[in-house]
Ligand binder design. Structure first.
Ligand code: ADP
Ligand code: MG
Length: 249
């Protein structure tokens, strides 16, 4: 039997920006692996490299050194077309500020998540409606982003991210612009999607949320300084819990 690939495998991954005296090492030698079905938080101070890490996992960016494997595919060996295809079919993104197209109905914002699949407009709209029902917005299909609350906009963005049934959902501070109640709803949705089989990676400043997730990765100054999965039996171990409290994750 062939063992299943991890969804993500990072080996000694680094990313630097600029050169000479202006060079910034946003990420240094990060090694980690994420299995299918995991739900994990990436935490760390502002500027520590969290978004850089998520962009590398999402193949929106290529590492300066090291290796990124997505479902066994070495990102550095794929050309732009292959990379776009991998991203379109296997990865969904959610951002802090939603990134919805203004003036476009919710259903079409979501249907656009299927643009690269070659499906007909009719099929794309049908799937978009289903996805919007799934996030509790079946009654807002024709609303434009400015007619929706922040929480509703984020739910549209989540529907768009998952309409193509990706293996991996990446969320960069998805509750960062929301009030507590809307944030809780979005968090609940991410949990539901994970329970239904999607691997979910969420960057969050919300220590309560992070502490409640099965796995936490702590990044500081571009370095992965703590991975709760590396501690023995982190869920059951008091030592793991104590460590989480000490590091604030
Ligand atoms: P976080 O998401 O944890 O706040 P980022 O990954 O956005 O951190 O950024 C990590 C570091 O890399 C920061 O010092 C940031 O200023 C720098 N950085 C991020 N993107 C770029 C870029 N495109 N050009 C130059 N520096 C960047
Ligand atoms: Mg960031």
């Amino acid at each position: 039997m062939i063992a299943e690939h991890p969804v993500v495998r990072l080996s000694q991954v680094g990313r630097s920006y600029g050169r000479g005296e202006h060079q910034v090492h946003a990420l240094r030698d990060v090694t980690a692996s994420i299995d299918p079905g995991e739900l994990l938080a990436v935490v760390g101070p502002s500027g520590s490299g969290k978004s850089t890490l998520l962009n590398l996992i999402g193949t929106l960016d290529r590492p300066s050194w090291g290796q990124v494997l997505i479902e066994g595919h070495d990102v550095s060996r794929l050309d732009d077309r292959e990379l776009s295809a991998l991203r379109a079919h296997r990865i969904g993104f959610v951002f802090q500020h939603f990134h919805l197209a203004e003036g476009i109905r919710a259903v079409d914002n979501v249907a656009d998540g299927l643009l690269y699949t070659g499906r007909s407009l009719r099929t794309r709209r049908e799937r978009a409606e289903t996805a919007l029902h799934r996030v509790g917005l079946g009654h807002r299909l024709g609303h434009r982003p400015h007619e929706l609350s922040g929480g509703e906009r984020q739910r549209v963005a989540i529907a768009r991210a998952v309409v193509g049934d990706p293996a991996l959902l990446l969320a960069d501070e998805p509750t960062g612009a929301l009030d507590t109640r809307s944030g809780d709803m979005v968090t609940g949705l991410l949990r539901d999607l994970n329970a239904a089989g999607t691997t979910v990676v969420v960057i969050t400043h919300d220590t309560e949320l992070a502490a409640a997730l099965p796995r936490r990765i702590l990044v500081r100054d571009g370095v992965l300084v703590e991975d709760s999965a590396a501690a023995e039996s982190p869920a059951a171990s008091p030592a793991g819990d104590r460590r989480a409290q000490e590091t604030g994750i």
